[in-house]
Write a protein that binds this ligand. Structure first.
Ligand code: 2AM
Length: 185
């Protein structure tokens, strides 16, 4: 089964992103915009994981997540992979508390459970909003989205998600763990 760990932002934060992109959805040829219900911030991608590894994976992830506090985050700025000029993915960036240590711990836990996936890519927190099958010049779109800066929100949970590939990708939430309460309250 294809699995990943994700943060799922609150509706109000997603509403702001939704409003910002609304005038542009469907306006760029070749750019496909997944349904908002599928939006998430990937913390760690595990790839194909054997079903028998799932109990151990859940145990390790639960242990990793509870060692970290809730994260104060905000959406900030739009960008593209691999670049605005040659884009395959349009995303909105995430700023605030660093997610890297949590992501590293989650990946380390997964490795111990036999669910490793080494992609060698630097962790770049983002929420994917649209994808193109071929490299597309998104500079005009990103330019017209500039100046966006979302309200702060708090990530309180980490979710383990199964991705069902098909004509339409479907995500199934398998488990969810709470981050520790904030030290500041
Ligand atoms: P993306 O949002 O940048 O496309 C489910 O497929 C999630 O896992 C997506 O959010 C996707 O990131 C991420 N993902 C898919 N394949 C990946 C890979 N090979 N390496 C890292 N992340 C991946």
């Amino acid at each position: 089964m294809r699995l990943f760990a994700a943060l799922v932002p609150p509706d109000e934060a997603l509403d702001e992103v939704s409003r910002a992109i609304a005038p542009h959805v469907g306006q760029v040829p070749g750019l496909r915009w997944p349904d908002r219900a599928t939006w998430h911030i990937t913390l760690a991608f595990f790839g194909e994981v054997p079903e028998r590894a799932l109990p151990e994976l859940e145990l390790r992830l639960a242990r990793a997540v509870r060692r970290y506090s809730v994260l104060d985050l905000a959406f900030d700025g739009f960008g593209a992979f691999s670049s605005a000029r040659r884009a395959r993915v349009l995303w909105v960036g995430v700023t605030g508390d660093s997610m890297t240590r949590l992501a590293d711990s989650v990946k380390a836990g997964a490795r111990r459970a036999g669910a490793a996936h080494a992609d060698g890519k630097r962790f770049h927190p983002h929420l994917t909003l649209a994808r193109a099958k071929t490299e597309t010049d998104l500079r005009p779109l990103i330019e017209s989205l500039s100046g966006f800066s979302g309200s702060p929100w708090r990530a309180e949970h980490v979710r383990l998600v199964r991705s069902h590939n098909g004509p339409q990708v479907r995500y199934e939430s398998l488990a969810e763990w709470a981050l520790a309460p904030s030290e500041q309250g």
